[in-house]
Design a protein around this ligand. Structure first.
Ligand code: TYC
Length: 279
């Protein structure tokens, strides 16, 4: 009992304002995992646990406001985490060793286990989807179902050109840049983004630009791949490749969706995901 009281005292129950629009009654905290303090937040009381996995430099706050607020809280317990060096999992500053996706995958597994979740589903966006693919392949007993969108298992010549075109954040629109600068300050954001682009370009030196292609045949859980037909940064051949190489997978295309389809088309996305997870 004393331990539980201590645990509660260390939690912060708060009403957080996410991206100026969404409120979430979340419990949040930090756990010491693999030598770093990882930030997490969760909401809901459902028996089906979900982990929301943000994109590059992303966090629960910047990437998943409408999911934390609106996914069904009686069916699901919705957890979001900030990978090390991102969001509120700082310090440390983010670095990008060659195995950074594998490191994130281990951090996320260890965090969920430390929070007491023995089996859970993954919703991974973009880089978070790459991490989710690795987690599902390496931990078949832990992962229930998998949803990924805006993700790729390798980098192509076309991807390299896209990375290069968005490396300079001063060329980004104000709308895209502002939430990141608010989270990190302009300098940390600019420098970390450039490090991320350079790390992604390094994958081009692997055979066929491999990130995690060899792991896809090891994914056995039901997998939903979502793609925005108007995604300007992730070409359509990526979701098609995932569909072909993940056994129990299906692809749903949102015709007007871009990269941030879950923020722009929240109710369509949340309904799609809830139906897939309930199935
Ligand atoms: N992977 C990035 C993310 O996690 C998005 C992105 C994809 C950016 C492809 C550039 O060429 C790119 N948000």
């Amino acid at each position: 009992m004393a331990t539980f009281t201590y645990y509660l005292a260390r939690q912060r129950v708060f009403r957080c304002l996410i991206q100026r629009r969404f409120y979430c009654m979340c419990i949040s905290g930090k756990k010491s995992i693999n030598g770093v303090n990882l930030f997490y937040q969760y909401t809901g009381q459902g028996s089906h646990a979900l982990l929301l996995m943000p994109g590059a430099l992303g966090s629960g706050l910047t990437d998943f406001g409408p999911q934390l607020e609106k996914l069904n809280k009686s069916r699901f317990t919705v957890v979001a985490w900030d990978p090390r060096g991102y969001g509120r999992s700082r310090p440390p500053d983010r670095d990008f060793p060659a195995d950074f996706f594998q490191r994130d995958a281990k951090d996320a597994v260890d965090l969920m286990q430390a929070l007491g979740f023995t089996r859970f589903s993954l919703l991974g966006w973009s880089d978070g989807g790459i991490t989710a693919l690795i987690m599902a392949a390496l931990n078949p007993d832990l992962i229930n179902k998998l949803v990924v969108w805006g993700s790729n298992a390798y980098v192509s010549e076309e991807d390299i050109q896209i990375y290069q075109s968005i490396r300079d954040v001063s060329l980004w629109s104000e709308r895209m840049r502002r939430p990141m600068e608010e989270m990190y300050g302009a300098q940390y954001f600019r420098e970390t983004w450039e490090k991320w682009v350079d790390a992604m370009r390094q994958f081009a030196h692997n055979p066929q630009g491999n990130i995690c292609t060899e792991l896809l045949p090891l994914i056995y859980c039901p997998t939903l791949i979502v793609h925005g037909a108007k995604d300007p940064v992730v070409p359509y051949f990526h979701p098609q490749y995932l569909l072909k190489n993940i056994k129990d997978s299906k692809l749903h295309v949102i015709p007007d969706g871009k990269h941030n389809l879950h923020l722009r088309y929240t109710s369509e996305f949340n309904t799609l995901v809830e139906e897939f997870l309930n199935d």
